[in-house]
Design a binder for this molecule. Structure first.
Ligand code: GLU
Length: 285
């Protein structure tokens, strides 16, 4: 196969073990990149220590290997990348595209849209807590590989959003675009629960002059009661002793129809040759 220039990635947060929902994102991102001869990278998004479950990074990496997914390069840990995030945060602050904000959760409306209280400076006597990115009136949209044109709602989603949290931690939205840029990612395949975040990420990429990757948002795996599958799922196929069962189920969820009872390596061979994104049913979520 002629190598392509696609570089995809899987970027789990170590807030629990790999589960069927995250496996679907791993398999989708892996095959989208690899079936064209591209590369697939793995990034552990461990920049939120309060939410981290000890040992889960190592278990996620081990599970991916057991399931036959090996990254084409060293695993990147966001906890090692803090200086770079700080650099770009500073750049946003210096250019006036981000500003310090003194609001605490209590000061904010429940609607989730920031009213712009600190946009023009912090009120006398108040202390800066977080840093917010200045939302512009410009339209924001992208062509999702699976879902077609996506436009941000006219109200602009969340308004000015946090890029450095009040506890000093860098927010996911900033870290993720700095690393997608740093790793040369050309294609982001992930669950549709992150579709709304994409608009914020595009705005940040635009502000920092990063070329955005292509985006593809997969259907989300829902539990029987219709909620997004959480980290606890008792009969999770990922835990099945035969890894081919888990991979076959993820492929089935993504509309692919592999022959039954293949070994793990035969299943991956089949998937590389037959992967067809047009079979994914994006109506599921
Ligand atoms: N770390 C995020 C999560 O586990 C995913 C980030 C991404 O794919 O952009 O939900």
């Amino acid at each position: 196969m002629k190598p392509s220039s696609v570089i995809g990635r899987f970027a789990p947060s170590p807030t629990g073990d790999l589960h069927f929902g995250s496996l679907v994102a791993a398999v989708g991102s892996y095959l989208e990149a690899k079936h064209t001869g591209g590369k697939w990278l793995l990034r552990i998004e461990d920049i939120d220590p309060p939410r981290e479950v000890p040992g889960s990074s190592a278990r996620i990496i081990a599970d991916l290997a057991r399931l036959g997914m090996h990254p084409d390069g060293p695993v990147l840990y966001q906890s090692n990348r803090l200086e770079d995030y700080q650099f770009y945060l500073q750049r946003l602050l210096e250019s006036g595209l981000a500003y310090p904000c003194a609001c605490s959760r209590r000061d904010l409306p429940t609607s989730g849209i920031y009213p712009g209280t600190c946009r023009n400076g912090i009120e006398n006597g108040k202390k800066p807590r977080s840093v917010r990115f200045r939302h512009s009136e410009n339209d924001c949209g992208f062509d999702d590989i699976l879902r077609g044109r996506q436009e941000e709602s006219p109200a602009g989603g969340t308004g000015d959003f946090v890029v450095r949290r009040a506890d000093g931690l860098i927010a996911y939205q900033l870290a993720v675009i700095v690393d997608d840029y740093f790793q040369g990612i050309t294609q982001v395949v992930r669950g549709a629960d992150l579709l709304d975040s994409t608009f914020r990420q595009l705005r940040l990429q635009n502000a920092l002059h990063f070329q955005p990757p292509e985006y593809m948002h997969l259907p989300i795996v829902l539990s029987e009661d219709g909620r997004k599958l959480g980290k606890r799922f008792d009969a999770d196929p990922v835990r099945h002793e035969n890894p081919a069962i888990a991979v076959a189920q993820a492929l089935g969820f993504l509309g692919q129809n592999p022959p039954r009872d293949l070994s793990l390596s035969a299943l991956w061979d089949w998937a590389m040759r037959h992967w067809d994104r047009s079979n994914i049913c994006s109506q599921q979520a």
